[in-house]
Each structure stands twice: as C-alpha cells, then as structure tokens.
Design a protein around this ligand. Structure first.
Ligand SMILES: [Zn+2]
Length: 375
C-alpha cells in the first residue's frame, strides 16, 4: 500500500471537481484521468503500438483487466508464466495493470447476483458463471500475473429492493472478501490500491454504519476506491458519486467504472470523480461510430455506416491527433465508411484510436480548467 499516494492539488470553486496527483509505483499522473478498459486482455481493437500512438503515458493510469476473461480462458495465465500481466498483454512494464476481480456479476439478467458465498464470488462470463475462489485465485493471480493493483470483489445487491437486513448481509460478505484479500496481499507483499465500495443512491452512507472500526481503519488507509456505476440511471450515478465523494474520509482517488458517455464524464468529474474508464469509447468504435467530443462533453456522433459519407473526403476532426485524423494518410470519412461497410478490422482500429484520443483530450481540458496556475 506504500506504493500508492494521492493528493489533491486544486479544487473547483463551483463544483466538487478536483485536480489531483496520483502515483502507483514509479508512475505518477495528474487526475482527473483515464484508466483504460481491456477486453480479453487487450485494449479493444488496438495493438500496443497503435495504443501508444494514441495515448501519451502521462495521460492514463494503467489498464484494467477483468478476471472474468482470465477465468474463462485459463491459457492466458499459464501455470508457470514467468511474465507480469503487463508484459503478457504486450504493454511493457511501464504500464500499470489493475486487476479487477469484480466485474460483471451485477448484470446477471439485469439483477444482482445473489449467489456469492463467503469463500467465492460468482463471475459471469461468456461461457456462463465461473466461481472465483477469493483466497486461492487471488494468490494464483498475484503470483502469476503480478498486477500493480487489485480491485476487490464485492457482494452486490439490488438497491431498489434490498432491505437493511440484505444490505447488512451483503456488506458483511464484502468485508469478508476485503479481509481475505488484504491478508493474501500482505502475505505476498503486494500493493492493494482499491477496495471497491459499490455505491448506489447514497447507500455508501448506510454501508459505512456497518463497517467495523478495524475495517474502517484499513479502508481509510487505502488511497483509491472504486465506484461502479454500471447499470445505474444517470441521476443515480451522480447521487452515488456525490455521496461517495462527500463520504471519503481521507483524500482517496475515486475510480469510476461503467461510464456511458462524455457528458457523464463531465458530470462525474464535477461530482469529485478522479478516474473514468474508456469502455464506452471503444464500444462506440465497435458499432462504427466516431465520437467528436467538445469540452462540455457534448458529443457529435458520426455513424460511418451511413451512405452520406461515401464521398466525404474530410477527416473526422481536423484538431484530432489520433492515428486516423493525423496519421500520414489522413484517413477520410469516405475511406472509413468503406472500411466499416466491408467490416474491415482497420475501421475499428482507427475508430478506437479516434474515440480514445477524444476522451483523453476531454480529460486534459478538464484538468487544465482545474489548474490554479492556469489563468
Ligand atoms: Zn481522430
């Protein structure tokens, strides 16, 4: 835990937005910033070299790798793998890897997964539900993958129907996971930055009452906390953020996952969020959509599938420095339209690069607006 620090260096005078410095190991970046979401161990559609040409290392914290894919495909972690996860994924040792044990359990048929046990968590992947054994698998992943940080599992519940008794049970289970994880990490001399508080409708406040003094002390010492807003309505996302940022006992960085669009990014930052994930940007690329994002978060979405781009020889955004807009070929909308129509992989490489660059640029502008030295 000593490897992680977070300090706030500037605050907005009108909102809860803050400018921070976050370091993990030897890497230090300014927040609000990005954590890059991966699918099956890759940044969707981007090879390490195209990814490196899209995002400067100072503009993102690291990549988040979810265990659902690791559990599904055991081959990604050979039993005696000599490499760290970063190397295994092709990003080199300079990019921190954050291993998220808890990911999609919440979305099981739109309902929270109620079947977790004290020793294991049910994780949904494309092959069905796998059991993540909290102690055993954590040890295995720590040893073989050497992530720089771990996001702990959480026992989810549906805030719309859960009564206090259910919330208490869920909180107890989550705390049991945290305790096991902290112990396992301690034994393996690892860094744990984040123990997840799944926060909805301000329920964090309720949850805080259930946390024992000892666990509270441990949680207060953590320099990052994760908030998942997956599946929440936009209003609830902001309520949840506000409750969490007000409740933060010490200055902990808040990592927010499950963000849906750029406008939500702006709202989350205004509510005190320090990191957002990039999944919506690469998901849009998968659908053949280019996002041109203004600094308010307002987004012009260009559907490259549409015939109107057939003879459009302009680039997506003149000011953009992604590999499509600023590469040697200056890829036109006409060419992107052709690529999308032909389902060429290159279309998604260009669009992912464009969308991630746009998102990065938005966060840069937000940081600039929060910088007290920037008059
Ligand atoms: Zn671009």
């Amino acid at each position: 835990m000593e490897n992680m620090t977070f300090s706030v260096v500037g605050r907005s005078s009108t909102t809860a937005a803050r400018l921070g410095r976050f370091s993990l190991g030897s890497k230090c970046i300014e927040t609000p910033s990005l954590v890059i979401a991966t699918t099956r161990g890759c940044v969707p559609h981007l090879t390490p070299d195209t990814f490196a040409r899209t995002v400067q290392p100072k503009d993102f914290l690291g990549i988040v790798c979810s265990t659902e894919y690791l559990l599904e495909d055991q081959s990604i972690i050979p039993k005696t793998c000599p490499h760290s996860l970063a190397k295994l994924l092709g990003y080199g040792e300079s990019v921190p890897v954050i291993l998220a044990i808890d990911d999609v359990t919440y979305c099981h048929n739109g309902e929270p997964n109620m079947t977790n046990g004290l020793d294991w968590v049910s994780i949904l992947n494309t092959g069905g539900v796998s059991q993540y054994k909290v102690k055993e698998d954590t040890e295995r992943f720590l040893k073989h993958l050497a992530p720089d940080a771990i996001i702990a599992p959480t026992d989810h519940y549906n805030p719309k129907i859960a009564r206090l008794k259910r919330i208490r049970k869920s909180t107890d289970t989550t705390n049991a996971y945290k305790a096991v994880l902290l112990e396992t990490v301690k034994q393996n001399s690892m860094v744990v930055p984040s123990l997840m508080l799944h926060s909805e409708n301000g329920e964090t406040e309720e949850k805080q009452h259930f946390v024992s003094g000892e666990m509270q002390k441990r949680m207060d010492s953590l320099k990052a906390k994760l908030i998942s807003v997956m599946g929440l309505e936009s209003m609830d996302t902001i309520k949840s953020m506000s409750a969490s940022s007000q409740k933060a006992v010490c200055d902990s960085a808040l990592l927010v996952r499950g963000v849906r669009d750029a406008k939500e990014v702006v709202k989350i930052v205004s509510a005190g969020g320090d990191f957002v994930d990039s999944k919506f940007a690469t998901d849009a690329a998968t659908k053949g959509l280019a996002l041109n994002i203004a600094e308010t978060g307002e987004t012009v979405t260009i559907s490259l599938d549409e015939e109107c781009h057939f003879e459009d020889f302009t680039v997506l955004d003149e000011a953009c420095e992604c590999i499509a807009c600023s590469g040697p070929d200056k890829t036109t909308k006409s060419y992107l339209h052709h690529l999308v129509k032909s389902s060429e992989m290159l279309a998604y490489v260009y669009l992912s690069s464009h969308n991630i660059w746009q998102l990065c640029s938005l966060l840069k502008k937000l940081r600039k607006s929060l910088d007290p030295t920037n008059e």
